[in-house]
Ligand binder design. Sequence first.
Ligand code: NDP
Length: 489
Amino acid sequence: MKLGKKELLILSGFVGVSVVCLCMMANKVYKKHDLTRIPSEQIVMPVVVLGSGPAGLNAATYSARLGLPTLVIKGDKPGGLIADTGFVENWPGSAKILGSEIADNLSKQAELQGALFLDDTVARVDFSSWPFKLYTEGDRCIQALSVIIATGSAPRKLGIPGEQEYWGAGVSACAVCDAPLYKGKNVLVIGGGDSAIEEAIHLSYYAQKVRVLVRRESMKASQSMQDRLLDYPSVSVEYNVQPQEVVGQQGRVTGLKVLDAKTHEQRIIPAQGIFLAIGHEPNTRLFKDFIELDETTGTIKLPRDSKQTSLEGVFAAGDVERRRRQACVAAGSGAEAALDAKEFLDGLGFTKQAAAKLRLFKPDMTGVDADVLVTPAADGSVKELFSLADFTREVQEKKGLVCVNVLDAKSPAQEVVRDVAQDFAGTVAFVTVDKDKAADIASRFFVEQTPCRLVFSNGSLVARNQKDMDAQTLREFVGSIAQEAAAVA
Ligand code: NDP
């Protein structure tokens, strides 16, 4: 088909508009994650992996090997659930290997590739701005350009009376950890899946009798696993048994009250130990306000054909994103997440040269570096101070730098402060004071006109500026003070 002059003109106009739109869209994405806007004194980490099970550790191996500075925050279960598993027969390349050995090997491999490890647990995250912020139980605020969530899953509980009361005093979810305590005793395993069989076999080496209680008429476990039970005569399986209440005496479990699903009869099965093997819940609660979760399973949704979550720059691997609970599957998904994180960082122009300009987090940071990290107020939010008492607590008793902005309530400078505060999250805390509402603070520092900025370092006034500043000027003003403070340190 031949196009006339008029059609060609319309077509070229359409192509032109589309190109402009695409450029604008690309620019928007780039602006949201702009490496050039990270102040030089801000401490960041290009890849932070949450969790140290097979998914997290293999993600770290891949990420470090791809040349990305990588930090693993180990969490409260170093090595993950596999570290508590006995012999594993389906780990690639090993006919039979201890779960703890798998965890050890993966950890050593990640370390050899250059990944750093932090013995801490993430207690809260803030993914509402970038770099993402991770607040740890050890009072650190770690900022990440990308995050790989590999926090795994935790054993599900029954939710019946007595379970909580006797937890650790006869009720357990880990045979590998607790089986030796039940030498010569009678124990119950609740559940009909592969885990229940594994737990029962492990317990059979110690307990006198192991009864597996299955709530339905058949087991969910694979046939090959069920067949393995034939070699263990001290293990028996009972069907249609529904747990109702853990019973005990003098602080120890004495049995389990159950309901027969067919006859509806209740009875108490005597036992000194009850082991739960009824599946696992993904550890995703920390992230629910920022990324999409599957409503029924609680796993993290991956809307694209990749390990990226619903939020650009945040990836998920292992039990948090699928319910297979296989170490090799988790490890594979960790590798994929690292490759996806690399693609994301490449897209931002993250090169070796760019990395060299960043101030990177080190797990052994001490002195001022560590102080900067633990200043809890510098989280990118802006607090308003109303009284001298607020001022003492939020400014004079704070370690590190605090920028006090004395403003009028309706001034557009309020917006500027909020914008700039986010850029300095982790290094400088920002607060505002309304000159009319908190006149005592203003008069104490001789503030006569607004806006006025006062910068305090470890509680002492170090700089003052009374000019009206746009975001860029304020950024430069605060940035230069932060730089000086870092140089002195
Ligand atoms: P599953 O989800 O496979 O099985 C859970 C079992 O617990 C089911 O039988 C379920 O009953 C039962 N259950 C759930 N809630 C209750 C309750 N309130 N009261 C009584 N029983 C309950 O979990 P698993 O941890 O066993 O396995 C998870 C995954 O890990 C699976 O894919 C499994 O194949 C894999 N795995 C593989 C192993 C291996 O290959 N060596 C070892 C261990 C696990 P119902 O059937 O009625 O829902």
